[in-house]
Design a protein around this ligand. Structure first.
Ligand code: PGA
Length: 252
């Protein structure tokens, strides 16, 4: 077994008001208790971040945002900076989710600036990478992952790589109910870990590389039981507290 602590993160996307987030956490936190083995992270929409952070203060659950700008401040209408997130009690941030890349024009050039900006502000980046179905069918999965990881982490110092989390999220598995098989997920994660090893052998052993895409209470144990898979990024199945708690327990 690796020494890496499993990480299970809830990506709520554009779901849950402040009141919804309070209701969820009021039920979820007692369900999982204080001695869960996995690290648990909740990623609510911006407006619910502060409330979620306050609710989680006396628990081991941490709160992360779903996006941020790379500048500290400035004329960037509609954007939020790392410093603003820190002040709200947030300690991580999802970066490069395929929905941001696909619907909102998130580029590898921007991610190359966002990842170090997050690390400098002591926000743990959870960088998402993954291929489309067409790219997988065309045998391009490893090339796509290499391109994304190398570009997005180009300006991160080798010594800081271990502080990051990378989420392998094949786009064809997100919200489709079609999970990657444990073998497919392990192969892709193994490839990502080899890319990190080329830069720093110790960081490759320590960095957590998790899987996301239709993770559910039914398939979580099998995925999380695999040596290479250091956790899960959960969308749809994280919106219900009972189902997300089951996934967290599967990691324990
Ligand atoms: P899903 O989403 O679990 O609903 O497939 C995962 C994600 O988009 O992070």
């Amino acid at each position: 077994m690796s020494e890496r602590q499993l990480l299970v993160a809830a990506n709520w996307k554009m779901h849950k008001t402040v009141a919804d987030a309070e209701g969820f956490l009021g039920d979820f936190l007692p369900r999982i208790g204080d001695d869960v083995a996995a690290e648990v992270v909740i990623c609510p929409p911006f407006l619910a971040l502060r409330t979620a952070a306050e609710h989680c203060l006396r628990s081991r659950v941490r709160v992360a945002a779903q996006n941020m700008h790379f500048e500290a401040e400035g004329a960037f209408t509609g954007e939020v900076s790392a410093r603003m997130l820190r002040e709200a009690g947030v300690d991580g941030v999802l970066l490069g989710h395929s929905e941001r890349r696909g619907h909102f024009g998130e580029t590898d050039e921007a991610l190359r600036l966002k990842v170090p900006a997050a690390l400098n502000a002591r926000l743990q980046p959870i960088l998402c990478v993954g291929e489309t179905e067409e790219q997988r069918d065309g045998g391009e999965t490893e090339a796509v992952l290499s391109r994304q990881l190398e570009a997005d982490l180009a300006d991160v110092a080798d010594a800081e790589l271990a502080e990051m989390v990378v989420a392998y999220e094949p786009i064809w598995a997100i919200g489709t109910g079609r999970t990657a098989s444990p073998d497919q997920a392990e192969d892709a994660i193994g490839h990502l870990r080899r890319l990190v090893r080329k830069r720093d052998a110790e960081a490759a052993e320590r960095i957590r590389i998790i899987y996301g895409g239709s993770v559910s209470p039914e398939n979580a144990s099998e995925l999380l039981g695999r040596e290479e898979i250091d956790g899960a990024l959960v969308g749809g199945a994280s919106l219900d507290q009972a189902s997300f708690a089951e996934i967290v327990m599967a990691a324990s």
